[in-house]
Design a protein around this ligand. Structure first.
Ligand code: ADP
Ligand code: ZN
Length: 211
């Protein structure tokens, strides 16, 4: 049987800070505009690093502005039923309810593009990103360049006065290059967590000796 109904899906662009997630989101939105699709773009109100300005224009002169949102309910309220493509940037700052919202929108036939940092500065899943990755039809995980060694970077290094920040700080602390660096697994440092992990491995070692 031929399926004629529109069907939607969820795409997630994840990865470390500075990996080009916003660039990729903008590229996809621009192409959707070229294709003549009706697009809505959202981003967390927490990210005002660009002075709240976030506008995507395609070469054919069409433009859309990002609408700031502070939670998943606002995304649900702001989406127009005629919209064909919904793009959400900085999704790590939203609540878990965003999963149900994007699922429902995809079920209703919309293409959903979600970009966000998948790990917090400790290397743990950030906000709803783990859940979104599990639900997505398509996932792209981008890497940046480790500022210490030049290898591909997958971790967010938080810095306080230029030094690695301890694990117990707040998960959300918006900042740019002055407080975050992209680093690889080897160069990523989280002082308290690293010490706790070392102690756990040492304890395990003692246990094994006794076997
Ligand atoms: P994201 O949305 O993932 O934070 P952006 O799209 O805002 O990333 O920015 C990506 C751009 O950041 C790159 O094209 C590059 O010019 C710049 N950049 C700065 N630091 C780095 C780095 N360490 N590795 C890769 N790109 C970097
Ligand atoms: Zn490195």
């Amino acid at each position: 049987m031929l399926r004629t109904a529109r069907h939607g899906w969820i795409e997630v662009v994840s990865g470390v800070m500075f990996s080009g997630k916003s660039e990729e989101l903008i590229r996809r939105v621009r192409r959707a505009l070229i294709a003549g699709r009706k697009v809505q773009l959202f981003k967390s109100h927490l990210d005002d690093r660009y002075g709240g300005q976030f506008r995507i224009s395609s070469h054919d002169g069409r433009e859309i502005d990002a609408e700031p949102v502070s939670n998943s309910v606002q995304v649900a309220e702001k989406v127009d039923p005629e919209t064909q493509v919904v793009a959400i940037d900085e999704a790590q700052f939203l609540d878990d309810g965003i999963c149900e919202v994007v699922d429902a929108l995809a079920d209703a036939g919309m293409r959903i593009i979600v970009a966000g940092t998948d790990m917090d500065f400790r290397g743990e899943p950030f906000g709803p990103m783990g859940l979104l990755l599990a639900r997505a039809e398509r996932i792209d995980k981008l890497s940046a360049i480790c500022v210490v060694c030049g290898d591909p970077a997958t971790k967010n290094q938080r810095l306080i006065d230029g030094k690695p920040a301890p694990a117990e700080g707040p998960t959300i602390q918006v900042g740019g290059a002055e407080s975050y660096e992209a680093r690889c697994r080897r160069c990523h440092e989280v002082p308290q967590r690293d010490r706790a992990q070392r102690e756990m491995v040492l304890r395990r070692g003692e246990g094994w000796e006794g076997v």
